[in-house]
Design a protein around this ligand. Structure first.
Ligand SMILES: CC(C)(COP(=O)(O)OP(=O)(O)OC[C@H]1O[C@@H](n2cnc3c(N)ncnc32)[C@H](O)[C@@H]1O)[C@@H](O)C(=O)NCCC(=O)NCCS
Ligand SMILES: Nc1ncnc2c1ncn2[C@@H]1O[C@H](COP(=O)(O)OP(=O)(O)OP(=O)(O)O)[C@@H](O)[C@H]1O
Length: 206
């Protein structure tokens, strides 16, 4: 039976719009295997996705679009204004994200990746991950910058972004779980971010 070296496992997190996906992409370009919880969450809520039967029975057909996928705009409005609905949605989606992550971890190990990076938006909120990770990297910036970046990227209103930020861990709570903090503030250019990520990557053998 083949044996595989166990790669280091890094958790990557940050509030909405902090820049964690950008940091994840830079780490992937340096050779890390990236496992993106948001991406898996989108897959399982896509047309005919594994989460869709439970979403349909819990929230009703109004939250399923014509293609059989989650109606993300409608669900975003519900989930970020009603904590109970958000919990119900998380209870459906998170176990599936964990299951699919396990499969991707095995693939990454078999492909010989030197480092696995788990991009997990809700890492600080969830007790699930801590014991599986060797270290946690937090991408950090002010709420004003988060709002500006998300408004530019998605066209959401400032109030909508504030609502999402309010539903997430505080900046202090997130920094408390960090082994490394990457400051991705307003003055940080993408080139500077890239240089900072390269230094962090070197700490973990990339
Ligand atoms: C509510 C949904 C439909 C909104 O979809 P939308 O396309 O607008 O956003 P997207 O999925 O790209 O998420 C963008 C960002 O929102 C934040 N966010 C997403 N879900 C949550 C949540 N449950 N709590 C707090 N913040 C969240 C994260 O910062 C994430 O990076 C979607 O986010 C969702 O299905 N959320 C529940 C699953 C979940 O918890 N995903 C996050 C980690 S697996
Ligand atoms: N240092 C930077 N300079 C310029 N633009 C940036 C910088 N960091 C991030 N961005 C931009 O800000 C937006 C948000 O970044 P990104 O998608 O990486 O954040 P995120 O934390 O993954 O967000 P979400 O939680 O919503 O998935 C993107 O459009 C990205 O290109």
């Amino acid at each position: 039976m083949a044996t595989y070296r166990q790669p280091l496992r890094l958790g990557l997190t940050g509030g909405i719009g902090s820049g964690k996906s950008t940091v994840g992409q830079i780490l992937a370009s340096l050779g890390a295997a990236l496992i993106d919880a948001d991406q898996i969450s989108r897959e399982v809520t896509g047309p005919g996705g594994a989460a869709m039967p439970a979403i349909q029975s819990t929230f009703g057909g109004a939250y399923v679009d014509a293609s059989g996928a989650l109606d993300r705009t409608r669900m975003r409005q519900l989930a970020f204004s009603q904590p109970k609905a958000r919990s119900q949605l998380e209870a459906i989606v998170h176990p599936l994200v964990a299951l699919h992550s396990q499969q991707r971890i095995q693939q990454a190990i078999q492909s010989g990746a030197p480092l696995i990076v788990h991009d997990i938006p809700l890492l600080a909120e969830s007790g699930r991950w801590a014991r599986q990770l060797d270290a946690v990297v937090v991408v950090d910036c002010t709420a004003d910058i988060q709002i500006e970046r998300v408004m530019q990227r998605s066209g959401l209103s400032a109030d909508a972004v504030r609502g999402i930020i309010a539903s997430q861990a505080t900046r202090t709570a997130r920094r408390a779980v960090a082994d490394v903090v990457i400051a991705n503030e307003a003055h940080c250019t993408l080139e500077q971010l890239q240089a900072e990520v390269r230094q962090v990557a070197a700490l973990f053998g990339l």
